[in-house]
Ligand binder design. Structure first.
Ligand code: ADP
Length: 176
């Protein structure tokens, strides 16, 4: 049984993440998607919401489990009986941080190797942060996220109603 852990913030999951999950699920017998609390960043979605979204996105993959990441990743991977940590690489800019993390994790857990999957070319520019920024400003992010994530983003950032949009375009309208 070859098990791997794919850790991340997934705030929110994008089609880039789902692509990595689908490919890793083919490479390993079992894939554990581990959702990090991420104390440093203030997430848009709660841990519970991120776990739920990923469970919905992975419902078609029987060998994928989604759970909360508790504590140190290297120890977590060992406790899960994983032989690998999966990470995605988009651009050279990802490399330095990922390299540092992989070397540190190897020191902490020499029996767990980090396995990098190169992004699909369609998703090379895609990040959770850019999706949040576009959604916050009212742009359409439906080509970049799974439908469940799109729905939840619309709840967080409801599109302005027709009346509000008109007022926004002409603030003096109806002011008398
Ligand atoms: P973290 O805070 O751990 O970087 P993210 O949710 O941003 O969490 O990313 C989790 C992993 O998914 C990272 O390895 C990241 O490089 C990878 N990833 C994010 N977006 C993409 C994408 N569009 N294509 C491939 N990998 C991606």
């Amino acid at each position: 049984m070859r098990r791997a852990v794919y850790p991340g913030s997934f705030d929110p999951p994008t089609l880039g993440h789902v692509d990595v999950i689908e490919r890793a699920a083919r490479l390993f017998d079992e894939l554990i998607v581990a959702v990090a609390v991420n104390a440093d960043k203030k997430p848009l979605f709660s841990l519970q919401e991120r776990v739920e979204m990923l469970q919905e996105c992975c419902a078609h993959l029987p060998n994928v489990r989604v759970i909360q990441l508790q504590g140190l990743l290297a120890r977590f991977a060992q406790q899960m009986g994983a032989c690998a940590i999966v990470r995605g690489l988009r651009a050279v800019s990802d490399f330095e941080y990922e390299f540092q993390m992989a070397i540190m994790n190897r020191q902490l857990a020499p029996d767990v190797d980090t396995c990098f999957l190169m992004t699909h070319q369609h998703y090379a520019f895609l990040s959770s942060s850019i999706v949040k920024e576009v959604a916050r400003l009212g742009g359409d992010v439906s080509p970049f996220v799974p439908p469940t994530v799109h729905r939840r983003l619309r709840q967080k950032f409801p599109p302005p109603s027709a009346g509000e949009a008109e007022q926004g375009e002409n603030p003096s309208a109806g002011g008398e």
